[in-house]
Ligand binder design. Sequence first.
Ligand SMILES: C[S@@+](CC[C@H](N)C(=O)[O-])C[C@H]1O[C@@H](n2cnc3c(N)ncnc32)[C@H](O)[C@@H]1O
Length: 200
Amino acid sequence: MSQQEFWNQKFSRDGYLYGRKPNSFLVSCSSNFKKSQRFLCLGEGEGRNAVYFASKGYEVVALDASDIGLKKLEALAEEEEVYVKTRCVDLNEWEPSKKYGSIVTSYLHMYKNEREALFNKIESCLKEGGFFVGEFFSTNQLNYQSGGPKDIDLLYTVDDFLNAFPNCTKHKVEELETNLEEGNGHQGKAYVIRVIIQKN
Ligand SMILES: C[S@@+](CC[C@H](N)C(=O)[O-])C[C@H]1O[C@@H](n2cnc3c(N)ncnc32)[C@H](O)[C@@H]1O
């Protein structure tokens, strides 16, 4: 089953699987994001982060493999009276044509062998001084029941980030236990990796 089919099934249900509120770690990093520069959300699904940052005045572009997720994103944006540019694309096929001041993602489950190429693309389309900020499930999340994939190849290690982004400064690559309250999809104690990475 493709990522699109998998996520379209999940997002076909009523309601917002991870809620309508943005990921709190991304929000806590807001001081790094410049409003004068384009803002990109990767694997943005039903749009909770994109709509939040658009409501704060950012020019937001959201990419995702799920057209159903993006339709829900557009509905949420309309409800909140903001505009988010959306594009339905598999990130393995994505060829960035623009530069961004900020790139964010929450819980983007890419396979281990897909990450190097994606991280290279992220680095290449970040503006000098721009930030990549993300929250991911760590491999330790296999021991928790609060959400996320049960396939270790879709979970991350700190080394995945430390060994990538050669032209960036890694301000934070931190693995920690946290408590998630994100819709029905992410609830309870979880093991995550948070990154704050800046293009040199
Ligand atoms: C767990 S959901 C998280 C959605 C959103 N970031 C959030 O936190 O609410 C994972 C998202 O990543 C997207 N995704 C997974 N693999 C992808 C790929 N290869 N290309 C584009 N999107 C992908 C899925 O369609 C889904 O929307």
